[in-house]
Write a protein that binds this ligand. Structure first.
Ligand SMILES: Nc1ncnc2c1ncn2[C@@H]1O[C@H](COP(=O)(O)OP(=O)(O)OP(=O)(O)O)[C@@H](O)[C@H]1O
Ligand SMILES: [Mg+2]
Length: 429
């Protein structure tokens, strides 16, 4: 049986560069031919590079078994491959082995540590937006099967498919915002799949609201800021900000132990410029000071410390308050820092309102800028949301953080940054 590929599928299968690793994601609407294209590519790699070892995975095993594996078997059938002759499927090993010794393992990514000892030639990821960035990074480190001499033009391949993320996550960041030359994102609206039953998209149009249809059928990036805590932050708020060693430098602190989040800023009468952040896991206030001094050893201007007012309470592990620790520690490096904090913290909603109004006020003026170096602060700006239908901020629970480590960086960096704004430009609601 001969296939005629959709335009997006062809783009996905063809590599337009000469790097040793090719990473591609097929971002498509429902039924846009994602699984079809992924499994076809997996089989073609097995044919082209005899002895290659591939891994096909999804966050849950049911998805791999019921969807991806089925599509592999359908392709093999369409190609007139016979089980027992051209390939073997072992359900105990969850492995497809071809006559030419190529093999594909079918796995879930629920316990990524179990995949650590593999050496692979390719990886296919089903519903990529479901898997955490940590898992993706771990898979990158598994691309190290020794290529065989007879393999011509071999390239390690990681390919996946996904619906567009409803909020800017790691796929957006990795493939759209700042893609490396060997990273490609191919967009495939469902409407372009000519193999779907007639009227399929019209039916979807009837049941989904406009926004949902746009994201999950037309595969367009969504209205990402619905429900976001930080409003109206655009490219205009992102700026390359040069640290000035003779200007006043503000350190604004949130004293969580893991992670400790401080942002560093310059400010003028009306504007604030965040030029760096110190985000450290499992640390202490003193260590964060050391990191600051390591990065900025020759500051000539004043150093002003802003931050969480409750950081002035003694913690149970120290007889000094966090601010006393900072003061003492910075003195050791020759810095006489000025501590400027409120007597007590205002309600969070006031602090957030103050931060939002600096981002863009009602007259459209922008007074808050962030350098791309402040990676975790930007992550918070793009991802921190309210709990659906409430005005409570959706702070990740411990169990969610356990599943996806990146979530632990949500909420503290924005707290750190907004203490400063709230100190100088408070809003009372
Ligand atoms: N090039 C093609 N030739 C023939 N049929 C195709 C082709 N591409 C996709 N199809 C068919 O279109 C339908 C949808 O494709 P597929 O299941 O791959 O989409 P999907 O994007 O993975 O869908 P979902 O969002 O449900 O995961 C399937 O029946 C598939 O066989
Ligand atoms: Mg699919």
């Amino acid at each position: 049986m001969e296939y005629k590929l959709l335009k997006a599928q062809r783009e996905f299968l063809e590599i337009p560069h000469n790097y040793t690793l090719d990473v591609a994601v097929y971002q498509g609407g429902y039924g846009s031919g994602k699984t079809f294209a992924g499994s076809l590519l997996g089989i073609l790699l097995c044919m082209k590079f005899p002895g290659i070892r591939g891994l096909v995975g999804a966050q849950t095993y049911t998805l791999v078994r019921d969807t991806t594996l089925q599509t592999y078997l359908e392709h093999l059938d369409n190609m007139n491959f016979q089980e027992g002759v051209d390939y073997e499927w072992s359900s105990t090993l969850q492995k497809l082995v071809f006559r030419n010794t190529s093999e594909i393992l079918f796995r879930h990514f629920d316990e990524p540590n179990k995949l650590k000892s593999l050496n692979l030639g390719f990886v296919e990821i089903e519903e990529m937006s479901d898997i955490p960035y940590e898992t993706f990074k771990m898979l990158l480190g598994r691309m190290r099967q020794q290529p065989k001499k007879e393999w011509k033009n071999f390239t390690y391949r990681i390919f996946g498919h996904t619906n567009p993320e409803p909020q800017k996550g790691w796929i957006y960041k990795t493939f759209m915002q700042n893609p490396a030359p060997n990273y490609r994102l191919i967009t495939a609206p469902t409407t372009q799949n000519i193999y779907l039953p007639e009227g399929f998209c019209e039916e979807l149009k009837k049941i989904y609201d406009e926004q949902y249809y746009k994201i999950f059928v037309l595969a367009q990036n969504g209205e990402y800021n619905t429900g976001l805590v930080i409003k109206d932050f655009t490219e205009e708020n992102i700026k390359e900000i040069n640290y000035q060693n003779d200007c006043d430098l503000h350190i604004s602190c949130d004293f969580n132990v893991d992670p400790m989040c401080w942002v560093l800023a310059h400010k003028t009468e009306e504007k604030v410029f965040y030029f760096d952040e110190i985000v450290l896991e499992n640390t202490t206030t003193a260590k964060a000071c050391e990191e600051f001094c390591r990065r900025y050893p020759n500051h000539k201007g004043a150093i002003i410390v802003n931050g969480d007012a409750s950081g002035d309470n003694r913690s149970c592990t120290s007889e000094y308050t966090n601010y006393v620790i900072i003061k003492k520690k910075l003195l050791q490096y020759g810095y006489d820092a000025d501590i400027k904090i409120k007597a007590f913290n205002p309600p969070i909603k006031n602090r957030i309102a103050a931060f939002n109004s600096k981002i863009r006020n009602a007259n459209g003026e922008v007074c808050l800028y962030v350098d791309r170096k402040c990676e975790k602060l930007l992550y918070n700006i793009y991802n921190l949301k309210y709990k659906e239908g409430t005005s409570r901020i959706d702070i990740p629970a411990y169990t969610q953080i356990k599943q996806n480590k990146e979530l632990k960086f949500l909420s503290h960096p924005i707290d750190a940054a907004s203490y400063l704004v709230d100190f100088y430009w408070p809003i009372t609601l």
